[in-house]
Design a protein around this ligand. Sequence first.
Ligand code: AMP
Length: 210
Amino acid sequence: MNLIFLGAPGAGKGTQAESVSTKYGLPAVSTGNMLREAVKNGTEAGLKAKSFMDAGDLVPDEVVIGILKDRIALDDAKNGFILDGFPRTVEQAEALERMGVNIDKVINIHVADEKIIARMSGRRVCGDCGASYHIEYKPVKTEGVCDLCKGEVVLRDDDKPETVLMRLKTYHEKTAPLIEFYGNRGKLRTVEGQEEIKDTTKLTFEAIDV
Ligand code: AMP
């Protein structure tokens, strides 16, 4: 089973992708996490990506598509995968089709912009393993320390308020057209993002299972 999570930044794609990954035993593939890792390691892709990420813009397709293609070719993805944050443009979705990847369902998590802006200030991420947290909705057990790998939990550079506004603008201009793209292909399932993570998870599982 190949799934895509679609939604604005902060809608909860990563969090829900992690739950679905655990339930179905499929790897969650986050291009955002892979790009942050590349930036941290100073790789060629990371050097190309950094300025776009800092500005709240999308990283050029040729960088992201290459990373994604290599990732889904790995052994653990041969029975399926969950894409979180890819595709983010119609061009990327078309590239996926050209790779011969069949997508079963696209879960679109809908959260209104006002709620996104309020949520993002509380979002935190592990600088080492990329696990996501929220000071209110999904707190760490020990202040500043990742539950999973004991890495340092920090505010992402691009979660600062001015960058969040740019990322939302980018989402509406470049990513939201994918709702129609996958709707036309009969793949789209929209889940209304709830206040409590577990309630969104329940709706997400229902959307996948029906
Ligand atoms: P995310 O963690 O998914 O919010 O991604 C963080 C940042 O990485 C985005 O704001 C983009 O700059 C970049 N990024 C992640 N995925 C993609 C993608 N599929 N295409 C272009 N840029 C991406």
